[in-house]
Ligand binder design. Structure first.
Ligand code: ZN
Length: 269
């Protein structure tokens, strides 16, 4: 399996990434995508990806970091051109917190959508790569912006989906992939698991968002660690009435197809 969304550059993992990767592999998690939150962080993510086998990265500015601008986008352009950088993001909108305000978040989102469009239009290195979205309580705002961008829905994944069936249907209608964290395992969030159950098997991925969001079974443990994606997969498989192995195989294939990862690794018996 692949942990399709974690933050291995965060202080919680400082100096212990190799151990985390070994532990993850022992649990059958043979790859990780470490996600960028700022242009400087994108460079750190790329450094990690280029120094570890089966670690890939992304290039983007998280909406909750939007107030750290103005941003020089050159590092994002440099990262996305690299083969170990498999996607843009995470980018999007977050209405959960008052800060930074939408007035600050939205221009940073548009800046990145414009960068993606111009990279595509120029056929520059990195053109056509998929896009990881952060969307918290912002579906009604974000989906129209994405539609207006002209970028096809199939290029997007809504990471850490924490809404319910109604929003899931909006995302699926748009054409995007859905990705679930440990939140889908929380007893107090049954609507998230419901959304995971109604998502077609070829549109679903799993992730940890480590160091955050440890799944229910290990909810008291900090940090959340990449191996724990197996617990989320198990809970969703059970809710879908699927064998673990079949669900893992399906989500692994989805992740490898969506992010353009090699298909051979992780084909565990
Ligand atoms: Zn994240």
């Amino acid at each position: 399996m692949i942990d399709t969304h974690c933050h291995l550059t965060f202080p919680e993992f400082a100096g212990r990434v190799p151990e985390e990767l070994v532990l993850a592999a022992q649990h059958g998690v043979t790859g990780c995508i470490t996600i960028s939150t700022t242009p400087d962080n994108a460079l750190e993510c790329l450094a990690l990806a280029t120094s570890h086998a089966n670690v890939w990265c992304t290039a983007g500015i998280h909406p909750l970091y939007a107030d750290q601008g103005p941003f020089d986008l050159a590092p994002l352009r440099a990262c996305i051109a690299h083969e170990r950088c498999v996607a843009w993001g995470e980018l999007g909108l977050d209405n959960h917190y008052a800060d930074p305000p939408r007035l600050i978040q939205e221009p940073v989102l548009h800046q990145q959508l414009d960068l993606i469009a111009s990279t595509d239009a120029q056929g520059a290195p990195g053109a056509g790569k998929p896009i990881v979205l952060h969307c918290r309580e912002a579906f009604a705002d974000l989906i129209p912006i994405l539609r207006a961008s002209g970028l096809p829905g199939e290029r997007f994944v809504f990471h850490c989906f924490t809404a319910g069936p109604q929003e899931a249907r909006q995302v699926l209608d748009f054409g995007a992939m859905m990705s679930f964290t440990g939140v889908a395992t929380y007893k107090n969030a049954p609507q998230v698991l419901e959304a995971a159950v109604l998502t077609p098997i070829d549109r679903i991925m799993v992730e940890t968002d480590a160091p955050y969001l440890s799944p229910q079974e290990v909810r008291g443990q900090r940090p959340c660690r990449p191996w724990m994606v197996t617990l989320t997969a198990r809970a969703i498989a059970q809710a879908r009435g699927m064998a673990n192995k079949d669900f893992e195989r399906a989500t692994d294939a989805n992740a490898r197809r969506f992010f353009g990862l090699p298909m051979s690794v992780g084909d565990e018996p």
